[in-house]
Every structure is written in C-alpha cells, then in structure tokens.
Design a protein around this ligand. Structure first.
Ligand code: SF4
Length: 434
C-alpha cells in the first residue's frame, strides 16, 4: 500500500524564497508522528510532501492520500483533495481545522480524523486495507501518549530544514484563551509523554539543541519540573513555548534555565488589561512584561514575544504603542499578528453572534489578514497598522537598541533579526491572497 501524506501550503509559502525558505523553519513533527503510527503489518510505503518546501506533483500515484489541515490551508487542501478524488484516489483529512469544524471538511474527503491521530489513524488504515474505511474517526480525548513509537523523522529530507531536532513532550494547554484553537480542538486537559520517552527520543536523535513544539510546556507544573530535571544531565540547549506565569515561579524558572533553556516564545498578546481580561488571558499582566524580559535575560533566556492586534479595546494608537514598548523593554524577537477568530473557537462564535465575521474564505485565516469587523478600528487601519508595527520594531535603529539588551548569542540574534526584518519589509509578498 502506498500512502501519500501532504501538508498543503498556506499563503505564506506562495512566495517562494526569502527569509522563510529555509532559515527560520524547522522540520514539522506531524509527518514523523503519523508515519510512526502506520501499522507495520501493512508494509506501507509512505511518501510525504510538505508544500512549505516543495510543490505536490498533481500526477502522483497513491492508494491513499492523507492531509493535515489548518484553517489557513483548508482551501488548498480541499482543492488538492478534489483533484486526487477525481482520479479515484481516496483522501483522508485530519488536523486542527478538521477537528474544529469536522462538518466543513467532511464533504471534501472520503474519511476524516477528528482529534489526535494516535489510535484512530492506525484504525482507519487497517479498515482501509480491509476495504471498510468509515467516513469519520473520532479520537477519544482521554488517550495516553505512553508507549507510542518514536517519531520517524526520516520521512522528510533533513537538508531542507533549519533543524530536525524537534521534539514534543506535551499537548494542549490548561488555559482557555478565547482566540486559541487548542482548548476548543483538544480540550484543556494537557497530555504528557512519559519524561523517560522524551529523554529517549532526544538521546536516540543525538540532539545537542532541541526545539520543543509544545504549546505550553508548563501547563502542568509537576510535569514541567520532572521534565526540566531530566533534561539537565543531557547538557543540551533547548527552545520552546511557555506562558508568562513561568516568570512568577522563580524555582521553576531557575530549573528551566539550568536545564538548558535558551529561548522561549510567549504570547504577551496585548498591553491592555481589559483586552486580556475579555479574551480570558487575564493571567498576563502588561505591567510585568518588563520584569518578564528581565528575569529571562538574567538567566540567558531570550524571548520571542508575540502580540495580536484587533482586540476589542484596540484603537488607532495601539500599533506604535505596542511596537515601541516591545523595543523599550528589550524583547529579543517581537512578533505581531492580527487576531484571528478561527472557526470552532469561542471568539468565532462571539463574532458570529455579533455579525462581525466578514469572510469565510479560510485562506485569509492566517493571522495576517483582517477577517472580522474590529470594534474600534477600520479594517484597513488594522491591516496597515500591523505592517507599521513590524517595520518599527525591525528598523535598523530599533534592532540595534534591542541588540544591546539581547540574551541571545550575537550571531543568532543577528540572523533571526535579519530574517524577521526581511519579512517585516515584505509582508505584502509573503501574504498574497487578498
Ligand atoms: S495560554 Fe497559549 S496555548 Fe494556552 S490557551 Fe492561551 S493562547 Fe492557547
């Protein structure tokens, strides 16, 4: 049996080349995980195509096609699916978008997988081999991540990515931010791989630097404590995601640094307490963002700090205020996005009730386009303001200002900032679907 797995491209990858061609992209874990779950008795040949790095050959042959879909790539996935199905090749769709709005995906596939793949993907494949594939497979949320096979990273070429030392310890998040896909798609009970499995994966890979893709590594403090303790003797450097709450917990933060953490991505989201409260992220305190940066830098941890624009309290001065603030407090790599009401989230439902959803063209649901009517801004103002913030934070002058405070090694700070500067000044080329 030949299985073709595709990650369809979103608007970002229509523009080939530039900063995101290789420099800032790491190998995704989805295909290695899906490949490892294919039942061995099927003797399947697995071919993976990541459209972020290569186009799908429309004439490719396969017995079964599987695609992982986020909202921004749903249109492309449906288009590809139609072409494979027209040639008589059955298509399975799964991933966050399918999990959030299964009925949107169902008509475009022979079968869909709702939720994580761990039990249902192998079940689907066995059913397919027996000629009895069902139209929908729904993963029980109470699954265990213990005793799962290690991801098979060989299914994607190493040379096309910045690194394939990419790992996962946990899934989902305990918080319920209104705009976030995670709690709606997978619930708020975080799943955890046994710490020894995570360590075994890192050891087997021989990684000296690791990227954790977990949405929030500190969702469960006790688990985070055990994980950081187990990472310490490995002597690696690692990068991951956490919430600002880590910086309120000095013992955990110290251990995090001692375990080799050198960079974290945090969703700071907004400087408005009211916006944070109304989007259920009140645990972020903008008055403390400077302290967050300071505590991280004291421990040689750099910060990729993410802000969103378009929350209900945002007015026309929000863009420059936020970008100036990010520069002033010395965020190593500031990032800006437009808040996106992904279908299936509480934010989408609220905007829908308020009649504020402007388009259901999923291709525009990429964090860079305005797809709803903002409360106190015009649509164009919000779209333009995003660009203003990026350009301000990544002007030569402000990059130099941030360099003086950065916790990152100079060569890493330079390469990443130049990459983001290029992106900041070519937003219109990276996002071409308007
Ligand atoms: S803290 Fe982050 S990952 Fe968790 S729900 Fe909020 S936005 Fe999502």
């Amino acid at each position: 049996m030949k299985i073709l797995l595709i990650s369809p491209k979103g608007p970002l990858y229509r523009h080939r080349g530039g900063a995101f061609r290789k420099n800032l992209r790491y190998k995704p874990l989805t295909f290695p995980t899906l490949a490892s779950l294919v039942p061995p008795e099927l003797n399947a040949e697995i071919v993976c195509v990541d459209e972020g790095i290569q186009e799908v050959d429309p004439g490719l042959e396969a017995d079964l096609v599987g695609m992982t879909v986020i909202t921004g790539t749903a249109s492309r996935a449906y288009e590809l699916s139609a072409s494979f199905r027209a040639r008589g090749i059955p298509v399975v769709l799964g991933g966050p978008h399918v999990t959030l709005v299964p009925d949107d995906a169902q008509p475009h596939a022979d079968s869909i997988v709702v939720g994580y793949a761990e039990d249902e993907w192998p079940r689907l494949l066995r059913d397919f081999a027996a000629g009895k594939m069902k139209p929908r497979y729904t993963q029980d949320r109470n699954l265990s991540l213990a005793n799962r096979p290690l991801p098979d990273r060989s299914v994607l070429p190493k040379s096309r990515y910045l690194t394939d030392d990419v790992f996962e310890a946990t899934r989902s998040c305990v918080h319920g931010c209104e705009f976030c896909v995670a709690p709606s798609a997978w619930g708020r009970v975080p799943l955890q791989k046994p710490v020894e499995d995570v360590v075994a994966d890192i050891r087997a890979k021989g990684a000296k630097r690791a990227i954790f893709v977990d949405l929030n590594l500190i969702s469960n403090r006790a688990y985070a404590w055990d994980l950081f303790t187990a990472l310490k003797p490995l002597g690696i450097q690692w990068f991951g995601l956490a919430t600002t709450l880590l910086c309120d917990d000095i013992p955990l933060l110290d251990l995090c640094a001692e375990s080799g953490c050198r960079g974290l991505l945090m969703g700071l989201e907004s400087l408005s307490r009211e916006s944070l409260r109304s989007t259920h992220k009140a645990f972020n305190n903008p008055d403390d963002y400077g302290v967050v940066v300071q505590r991280l830098h004291e421990r040689r941890i750099s910060l990729q700090g993410c802000f969103v624009f378009g929350l209900d309290e945002d007015e026309s001065d929000v863009f420059m205020k936020t970008a100036e603030f990010a520069v002033d407090i010395g965020i190593d790599l500031p990032r800006f996005a437009i808040v996106t009401p992904f279908p299936g989230t509480p934010l989408y439902r609220r905007f829908e009730q308020e009649g504020r959803i402007l388009t259901r063209n999923w291709e525009l649901y990429d964090g860079q386009h305005v797809v709803f009517q903002p409360a106190k801004l015009e649509v164009d103002e919000l779209q333009q303001g995003l660009e203003t913030a990026w350009k301000h934070a990544y002007s030569w002058k402000n990059m130099m200002k941030r360099f003086r405070k950065t916790a990152a090694p100079p060569h890493i700070a330079l390469v990443t900032n130049l990459g983001y500067r290029h992106y900041a000044h070519h937003l219109d080329r990276f996002y071409t679907c308007t």
